[in-house]
Design a protein around this ligand. Sequence first.
Ligand code: MG
Length: 261
Amino acid sequence: MTLDAQNIRGLLIDVDGVLHVDGEAIPGAGEALASFRAAGVSVRLLTNGTMRTRADLSSRLAAMDIAVPAEEILTAVTATAEYLRSRHPDEPVHLLVSGRIQDEFNGIALTDDEATARVVVVGGASDSFSFAALNRAYRMLRNGAQLVAMHKSVHWLTSAGMTLDSGPFIHGLEWATGTEAVIVGKPSPHFFQAGFDALGLPAEQVAMIGDDPSQDVAAAMALGATGVLVATGLGALEPPVATAPDIALSSIAELPRWLNL
Ligand SMILES: [Mg+2]
């Protein structure tokens, strides 16, 4: 693989830690996206965000002067809904999630019934992950439901500091039930492939821009994409991984110059 920026025709861009941290825009992020658009570089956002619909996320970014239409966003929520429609059609699904994301699950039968749930979906952790909620999921899994995780991140960065994510809870449910969760969002190759397909480009013509050295950057590089690690968000806090990024930038604001735009 060559790292010639001329080969890059499309970008997959992570959201949390790359475009903003907890609602505070990364300086220059909106301008960078505008310059990609002006230069005809295709962009899709690829986020493990679990709390918002695409429409909500688009509105939230617009309020930070970051313009991305909902149609150009792929979230772990939408990927999970597509996974359920294709792999578990007509099966009752229990959501252990946070935020108002039910709109993305249109056509999927949702249930809180321990006896009939066939799938337990775990999204982002919050106060809704109470003992009662986790115990209900545990009983469903004991009854034979499949465990599906939007992602398995250990932590994420908020304005209050490093914050526990759903990974440790999923790990606990796996341990308690002797099962293994299906991971739908990053670093699943299927999620990146959905991004390449949405761009209409092969991995070799795509750069993945992320703040997570492993789940964003190394995972995309393993599929043949160029990996760009930014030092915003988690980027400055995570230890290095075995796969060094192809490119390391201080922030997404540097990317237009690297692409010679
Ligand atoms: Mg991130």
